[in-house]
Each structure stands twice: as C-alpha cells, then as structure tokens.
Design a binder for this molecule. Structure first.
Ligand code: TYD
Length: 202
C-alpha cells in the first residue's frame, strides 16, 4: 500500500489533536504504518523554530510566516518525504494550510502570497487531503486557556482564521471542511473514510 499524507487543521480548540490520536490508533489496528507529526516542530531545528515563533516577543508578520515555512521545509525533507517513500501514512497536526489561514488571512499577508512561499519551500511534499475541523471560534477559544504568541492575537484573529479556512475550502479540492460538533470518535471515522476514498485516487 502506498503512503498517504493527511493534515488536520482548525482554529484553536477545534479538537484536531484528539481526532488525530484516534486516527493514528485506528490505522495501527488496521496494520498501517503511520508517523504522526506536528507543526511547527517535529525535527530538532523545527522545535527550536517553534519556541522562537510561539514564545518570543514582537515579530513582523513576514518573519512569522518565514519561520513557520522554515520549520515545515525541514520536516518535509527530513521526515515526511522519506516516510511517504517507505509507504507510511503521515497524520499531521497542522500543515501549510495553517499558514494560509493564520498568516495569509489572519495577519493579512494574503493567501496567494503565503501559498507561493510555502509551495516553493515544500517542493512537492504536499498533503493528499487537508481536513478542517470547523468550529465556532468562541467555542474553541474558550477551551484553550494557555495563550502563546499567536493565541494572544485573541478572538478577532481566530475569526479571521476561521473565515479564511472556509473560503479556502470552498475553492481548493484538497480541502474538506467538517462540522466539528460531533464526537471525536465520529469525526475520526468520517475523516478516515474520506482518506480511504481519496487514497484510491492518489
Ligand atoms: P500549538 O500549540 O501547536 O496549538 P494548536 O493546538 O492550536 O495546534 O500552536 C500552534 C500555533 O501556531 C497555533 O496558534 C496556530 C499557529 N500557527 C500559525 O499561525 N501558522 C502556522 O503555519 C502553523 C503551523 C501554526
């Protein structure tokens, strides 16, 4: 069976980490070798960049976008591409679609410009499917109390991010928007079904 790259996306507190864990467990039961990763991070360099981008002080929006892109370029080259070549599945907590929504929409850099930056640095290592867990920002934001540098952008930023995810989903065939007001178990089953369907086409 060939490799497959699933990315889970959503605003803060959308439940993607829980759903991701359930998916990884289910894939293991099915005997599918899976590697789970998160962005930013997942490599030595990426974890250092994560600390910088989430926990340092004032940062220009393009500096922020470039640090997220640097972390993911390293992850794609060092981890994701080799795992896919080995036929493994990747389950990723976030992807470059977070940059499209947060930096492109949230920070106002423009989805097109941020997409160009990221698709350039990723050099073809792109998710096969991107699932956005769609939840009202108020609901998600209230669930998470610890605020990193991005979280401190507040509810206003989360609204822009949620709106951008929806806009992208309306025109990008890689993206599937899922109503996240179901149980994590139901969501995991729904996402896996979509993956297997798409895997047949990859
Ligand atoms: P994280 O602790 O991983 O939170 P979450 O559980 O919400 O995924 O923090 C990642 C934060 O960085 C989150 O606020 C989203 C933001 N982010 C971006 O702004 N752009 C990006 O490209 C990525 C990957 C994350």
């Amino acid at each position: 069976m060939s490799g497959f790259y699933l990315a889970l996306e959503g605003v803060e507190g959308s439940g993607k980490s829980t759903v991701g864990r359930l998916i990884v467990d289910r894939l293991a039961e099915l005997g599918i070798e899976t590697r789970s990763v998160r962005e930013p991070g997942g490599t030595e360099l990426g974890e250092e960049l994560r600390r910088l981008v989430l926990h340092s002080g004032d940062m220009a929006p393009w500096a922020e976008a470039a640090l997220f892109a640097a972390s993911r370029a390293q992850l794609a080259t060092a981890v994701i591409a080799p795992a896919l070549a080995d036929g493994r599945w990747i389950v990723s907590d976030r992807s470059y679609y977070s940059s499209l929504a947060y930096q492109g929409g949230g920070r106002g850099l423009g989805v097109g410009a941020v997409r160009l930056l990221n698709e350039t640095v990723l050099d073809g290592v792109l998710p096969d499917i991107v699932v956005v867990l769609d939840v009202e920002p108020e609901v998600g934001f209230a669930r998470e109390t610890e605020r990193d540098r991005i979280g401190r952008g507040g509810l206003e930023l989360q609204h822009l991010v949620a709106r951008t995810y929806r806009e992208i989903a309306a025109s990008d065939p890689r993206v599937m928007l899922v109503d996240a007001n179901a149980t994590p178990e139901e969501l995991a089953a729904q996402v896996l079904e979509a993956c297997f369907e798409r895997h047949g086409d990859v």
